[in-house]
Design a protein around this ligand. Structure first.
Ligand SMILES: C[S@@+](CC[C@H](N)C(=O)[O-])C[C@H]1O[C@@H](n2cnc3c(N)ncnc32)[C@H](O)[C@@H]1O
Length: 521
């Protein structure tokens, strides 16, 4: 089941935690039928919802993050006129080109050139620049002279930005490098800020309807690419293009990219994604079906959906402290003037102002899962992925399933990664996406054991298995999950990985063995 997800329709915009679409297709076909009502209460980009819709299911796609729903809407919308889009882009470009060119111009001795990227240090001093000359496709790179640096900064300082841009502050959170007083605007240079602000204002004034929404999608998709958050990949050269992964860390150097050029690339990707989606509807068979989709912005703890009405639920719940979705999405939400409901986000955040700690996370996950139980029909299936099999998230989610009367019917790996023992020890967490399918049972029962009892119990089981053979971490987790679900054990605060590290050895083949076997080796 290991497969990379590379469908154009899912490459239009960044979002953390998109799941491989081919895996989801298999799941949807296995656990639901055409015409069924299916729900993803934490839908994000909307990969599940899109696959389910294309398979003729009636979909409710829900997320509390406005940008997620915005992306999802652009993904699922069929009413797009690509010719109008192209025409509007030509009109926008006509005004944008001279504006951007003015900002990215560099005087070389013989001619004026348009810069593609500028390497700047974290005091914003430009160091190097790249450009293309004439019709030549190859880029040239130069180290800027003292005079060029002075002119570059002087020009920047003299400009006044007349278009609107967001003025919001980031939520202070050291874990994602959001320092006190940092603003969204401060993630950009004056050049990239001015060019984005003008681009957005042109989109707002020159485009209309659903095509405008697609431009806005390409616009937010471009923001991080042209911010200070893109560090060069130093091992490949100091001007080699990296990508924004997560957080707001600004490195020792960053690349200031040409907003027009990068936006055009993003725009092409969006059009490609849209074509990939629209192609689907040309198949005659599809047209005859009556499936619908709703994109909703409910808090998953209080879904405005009728009880016992949903045939199948799939979800990929929030990743505990691994991704503070709303805090990071501020770079997108703020530009589109969306205001997320931070209070109700289910997350573990280091931001002191938010009070989103582990125990609150556990309570909130439980509430969301009891909503899933309420809306799901009796006997209906519920598939969910675990982003990590260790630590807080694993416990919170496993306990929430058991305490809400779900029984396990299937267990699989969605994305499996192997880690060296050093990595495992260092991070105390194995990463790999696990997929569990559960069924809503008529009654809710669970066994509550104290932590020592659970630890002893798990230890004994693992010892028995390791007497017979060495096992990798994933296999041990799988067996333990089967026991937990079949006996309905609430795992409390037990950390399975810690039990493994404390009591067993790990050999060179990345397998767990009994400690005495380790000594013998
Ligand atoms: C792991 S992501 C889902 C990613 C998704 N699988 C995709 O394909 O993009 C979890 C989602 O939960 C959302 N979320 C967090 N708290 C929520 C709440 N209270 N109600 C609904 N959605 C919430 C986040 O905005 C985030 O998009």
């Amino acid at each position: 089941m290991i497969e990379k997800q590379k469908r154009d329709r899912y490459e239009m915009h960044k979002y953390w935690g998109k799941k491989p679409s081919s895996n989801l297709k298999v799941l949807i076909e296995k656990f639901s039928a055409e015409g069924d009502s299916v729900l993803d209460p934490f839908s994000g980009y909307g990969v599940f919802s899109c696959e389910a819709f294309l398979l003729n299911r009636n979909v409710i796609s829900n997320d509390l993050n406005p940008i997620a729903n915005f992306i999802n809407r652009q993904l699922l919308n069929r009413d797009i006129d690509l010719k109008k889009l192209k025409k509007e882009w030509d009109i926008i470009k006509e005004e944008l080109i001279p504006f951007v060119n003015n900002w990215y111009q560099l005087d070389l001795e013989a001619e004026k050139v348009q810069l593609i990227n500028i390497l700047r240090d974290n005091n914003d001093i430009p160091i190097k620049a790249r450009f293309k000359v004439g019709g030549n496709k190859k880029t040239q790179e130069i180290t800027l002279t003292k005079k060029q640096v002075e002119d570059y900064l002087k020009f920047e300082n003299e400009q006044v930005i007349s278009d609107w841009y967001p003025s919001v502050e980031l939520i202070e959170n050291s874990r994602i490098s959001a320092k006190k007083g940092m603003t969204v605007a401060g993630l950009f240079t004056k050049r990239t800020l001015a060019c984005h602000a003008r681009l957005l204002s042109l989109i707002e004034s020159k485009s209309t309807g659903n095509e405008k929404e697609l431009f806005r999608l390409a616009f937010t998709a471009n923001l991080a690419n042209c911010s200070k958050l893109v560090p060069p990949i130093k091992t490949r050269g100091d001007m080699s293009q990296g990508a924004w992964m997560t957080g707001f860390y600004i490195g020792e150097t960053y690349l200031e990219n040409n907003v027009l050029q990068y936006f055009e690339n993003r725009f092409t990707k969006v059009v490609k994604g849209k074509k990939d989606y629209l192609n689907f509807f040309e198949k005659e068979l599809f047209e005859k079906k009556n499936q619908s989709y709703y994109i909703t912005q409910f808090d998953a703890k209080a879904l405005n959906i009728a009880s016992d009405s949903i045939d199948y639920v799939f979800t990929d719940p929030p990743y505990g402290d691994a991704v503070p979705y709303f805090e990071q999405s501020i770079i997108w939400n703020s530009w589109l003037k969306f205001s997320p409901n931070y209070n109700e986000e289910i997350v573990i955040s280091d931001a002191k102002s938010r009070g989103k700690n582990t125990s609150v996370f556990e309570i909130e996950v439980k509430k969301a899962f009891s909503e899933i139980r309420r809306v799901l029909k009796l006997g209906g299936y519920f598939s969910l992925t675990y982003h990590s099999l260790s630590g807080l998230e694993w416990k919170a989610i496993t306990n929430a399933c058991i305490e809400n009367g779900f029984e396990m019917v299937d267990f699989n790996w969605l994305v499996q990664k192997t880690f060296t023992p050093r990595q495992i020890n260092r991070s105390k967490s194995i990463k790999g996406d696990v997929l569990v399918t559960l069924q809503k049972s008529p009654c809710i029962e669970s066994i509550i054991m104290d932590e020592n009892q659970i630890e002893e119990f798990f230890k004994r089981e693992i010892e028995d298995w390791l007497m017979k053979e060495s096992l990798d971490t994933n296999e041990i987790f799988l067996r333990i999950m089967k026991i937990i679900f079949s006996r309905k054990i609430v795992v409390g605060n037990t950390d399975l990985l810690e039990i493994l590290i404390k009591n067993f050895g790990f050999n060179d083949n990345n397998k767990w063995i009994l400690n005495d076997k380790l000594e013998l080796c």
